[in-house]
Design a protein around this ligand. Structure first.
Ligand SMILES: [Zn+2]
Length: 84
């Protein structure tokens, strides 16, 4: 199956400025990943100032979930062991 080509556009100046400001805001922040609870893939990257809930769709397994970026701080950098 051929992947559909995604059309992109030139960013309007006001949006380009917001993207530039966001990059500048995280420049000196540590980045960590939150894992998909279904397949343990690093699903989204969050920064030190990230707070609240986000909804994400895992690029590997395709399942959606809502994660609390604050309560999932503790798993940062730790290897999670799964036991059945
Ligand atoms: Zn997944």
């Amino acid at each position: 199956m051929r992947k559909e080509e995604v059309r992109t556009r030139e960013m309007p100046p006001d949006l380009a400025e917001k993207v530039r400001a966001a990059l500048e805001a995280v420049r000196d922040q540590k980045r960590r990943f939150i894992k998909c609870p279904h397949c343990m893939h690093n699903t989204i990257a969050v920064f030190e100032d990230t707070r609240g809930h986000v909804q994400t769709k895992c690029p590997r397994c395709g399942r959606e979930c809502i994660v609390d970026t604050v309560s999932m701080h503790r798993s940062a950098g730790h290897k999670i062991e799964l036991r059945y």
